[in-house]
Each structure stands twice: as structure tokens, then as C-alpha cells.
Design a protein around this ligand. Sequence first.
Ligand code: CAA
Length: 296
Amino acid sequence: MKKISVIGAGQMGNGIAHVFAQGGHEVTLIDIAQDRLDKAVATIARNLDRQVAKGALTEEVKQAALARIVTSTDMAAGVKAADLVVEAATENVDLKLKIFRDIDAYAPKGCILATNTSSISITRIAAATQRPADVIGMHFMNPVPVMKLVEVIRGYTTTDTVTTAIMDLSTAIGKVPVEVNDYAGFVSNRILMPMINEAIETLFQGVGGVAEIDTVMKLGMAHPMGPLQLADFIGLDTCLAILRVLHEGFGNPKYAPCPLLVQMVTAGKLGVKSGEGFYQYTPGSKDLVVAPAFAK
Ligand code: CAA
């Protein structure tokens, strides 16, 4: 697995490119717009700088990692020599199915096709290709350079060989892979999203305020972030999309998204990425300020 192509230069895509390049792989980062790619490479350089500042990496290792990353806006050229393609585009089924049809057309035979989807069926994505046995879920957690877990999801037809290759690769780049099966939300989001949804419902019913709910979970349950801050960090649109997949996938009302979450997404309050969710975010500031809509 020398050559790895990563599709999508957003928050997850740049983190995935970062850890593969740091692990010694040649990475091609692909997106539709060059300015997004330039921004992603600048983010990777900044995150590598943090590691250098802490003494976790040397400047030479950082430079070598950056030199292993090239960018491309041409999908066909970007995947044509890949041993592995990891798709990390927006969490939208139609978009992912189209991307997988394209990768399937351009990537060489034997290339493994992985998706970083947080909830969409691997089996469904695999069925869009002519090589469903070579398609697998490789679900990284945000922030990718920091979080140890890779949830490795076997689709209905994924082979043992492909699964073992992805488990071994994850270990080789310093992560801890966990193999799970392909049902809505897998393990991570089947457990995480109902907790976040319940925190929003608790706020909606006025049981507690934003700061109170997050403080209970941070100090009472030793979570690094409260569930409302975590929802902002993940993106409220992503949380809503995952809850809808769970709700539809199991047909169980317990997964129905809280109306407050639906309203906030409709209003464009998406959390960190839009500057406001349950909290308000100012670039460069680490202060946690409750959004005006929830301030007392
Ligand atoms: N790249 C490299 N290093 C980074 C980084 C990045 N992008 N972001 C943070 N770090 C490092 C910092 O340098 C720091 O390192 P040291 O402790 O060694 O000094 C460490 O991470 C902690 O960072 P900060 O001090 O800036 O901030 P913090 O202590 O508040 O921690 C956090 C930040 C790591 C994000 C922590 O709050 C946390 O673990 N939060 C929960 C994250 C989580 O649950 N992620 C999973 C989300 S779910 C998901 O991703 C999947 C899905 O499908 C929705």
C-alpha cells in the first residue's frame, strides 16, 4: 500500500492525508477545487507544526511528510496508480455513489476502495461498483491525527483479505483498528448520536442549559467535551444526517432527530464550521461562549 489517494480535502480528508503521509505513504489528495486543496495542505502543515512544537516530531520528519503529499483536481489521474483510495467526501449518499462509480472506472485492478462514511451502508456503496468484494469502511475519528480509533466496517461482500489489509495498515500508521459489521451507524455512531440527540432533547425541554448539560457530562462522566460542544465540533448537519440514517435504517422512533436540531440546521447554525451552533466561535479564540439563542 505505497500509493494512497484520498478524495475530499475537508476536515476528515486532510487529517487522513496527514496520518498516511506521516506513516510513510505517498498521498494524492483529490478535490474539485484547487483552493480547497491548498487550504487542506496548509492545515496539515499547521497540525504537523503542533507536533514539532511538542517534540513529538522533528522538523525533518515534518518536511518529509509534507513532501509525500501531492494534490490533484483530476479524479482519473489522481487514482490511476493507487493501491488504496479512501473517500472522505461530504456525507451525501448520491455524491458518494457517484464518486465510487468514478473511482471504480479509473482505479487499477486490485486497488482497495475504502470510504470514511460515518453511517452510510458500505454494502450499498460497494454495490455501485464492479468490485464490491474490494470495498470497505475505514472510519477515522476527528481530529484524525489525535484520535486512535479506526472503525473498520465490513460490507456484506468484503473479503477477509481486504479486511486484514486495512486492519494491518491502520495499525502500521499508529491507529487502533476495530472490526465491525455493516448496520446503520456501525458501532460508533449508533451509540454516540443517540447520546447527542438526548442532550439536545434535554436542552429543548428546558431541563438544563447548554453549559449545564455539557458540564454534567464533562465533569460527571469524564468526557473531554460535553455532547453539545461535540455536536458543534462534528457539525450539526452531519449529526442530523447520521440520525436520519439510524431512524430510517431501523425504523425505530427512538432515533428521531430532536426538532431543535432540525431547526438549527435549517437556520444554517451548523456549529464550528458556520461560526455558531450551541456555542459561538471566534477564529483564533478558544473561549467557549454559549450562543445568544441559548444565553440566559
Ligand atoms: N492535529 C494534531 N494535533 C492536534 C489536533 C490536530 N488537528 N487537534 C488537537 N491536537 C492535539 C493538541 O496539540 C494537543 O496535544 P497535547 O495534549 O499532546 O499537547 C491535544 O491534541 C489536545 O488539544 P488541545 O489542547 O488543543 O485541546 P483539548 O485538550 O481541548 O483537546 C480534543 C481537543 C482532542 C479535540 C478533545 O477535546 C477531544 O478528545 N474531544 C472529543 C473528540 C471526539 O470525540 N472525537 C470523535 C468525534 S466523532 C467522529 O469523529 C466520528 C463521526 O462519525 C461523527
